[in-house]
Design a protein around this ligand. Structure first.
Ligand SMILES: [Zn+2]
Length: 207
């Protein structure tokens, strides 16, 4: 999801090769900088034994929203590489100082020129993104919204980011063309939630 990424390496978390990124300490230029874990935790911090420099390659946060309508779920077709032509949900990385809800709504405005007035928490999923040769482990938070009337809305797409907005029904979701694993899981989570609701409503004799 979002545009600041160039793909997914198929793993959720882990070292992902980032340990070899720095050959020298960025503070003192020592070649002895190390990428370390602690306890059972996977490596995520660089430590320089010569000057004490430490830097954590922490998990990055992103946020997105599943917009459900009578016409189906709103998807955006990505206009740019990586994965141009694949489909994603409105969303992207959380900015410094921002909450996940704010980020989801801001990205929505940026990407389609509109955002829902109310949305609800759906879930969060671990993911990893590769950008410019660096793999970032992420925690992707998703919300869902079912706006009453989308009929009159003119979506305003950022042509650099998005080719078009489309709506797909549950049985027509192009699973293999969804940009990221966390996006697939969010859509699945939303559809499962709707299924449970539907089954609950149609149970005969229930009060
Ligand atoms: Zn150093």
């Amino acid at each position: 999801m979002g545009s600041k990424t160039d793909g997914i390496d198929g793993r959720a978390g882990g070292d992902s090769g980032v340990g070899s990124l720095f050959r020298f300490c960025p503070a003192c230029a020592s070649p002895r900088i190390q990428f370390l874990g602690s306890g059972n935790n996977p490596p995520r911090r660089w430590v320089c034994p010569d000057c004490g420099f430490q830097y954590y390659h922490n998990v990055a946060a992103s946020a997105g929203v599943v917009i459900g309508t009578d016409k189906g779920i709103l998807l955006i077709e990505r206009a740019k590489e990586p994965r141009a032509g694949s489909y994603t949900l409105p969303g992207g990385f959380v900015d410094p100082g921002e909450g996940a809800e704010e980020a989801a709504l801001r990205e929505c405005f940026e990407e389609i020129g509109w955002a829902p007035e109310t949305m609800h928490y759906l879930g969060s999923y671990a993911n990893s993104y590769r950008y410019a040769g660096v793999t970032y482990s992420t925690c992707d938070t998703f919300y869902w919204a079912e706006p009453a009337n989308l009929g009159g809305i003119q979506f305003r797409l950022d042509p650099v980011e998005s080719s078009r907005v489309l709506f797909v029904q549950a049985e027509a979701v192009p699973w293999n063309a969804i940009s990221f694993e966390s996006t697939r899981r969010a859509i699945r989570g939303y559809l499962e939630m709707k299924n449970v609701e539907r089954k609950g409503r149609s149970r005969p004799g229930d009060s």
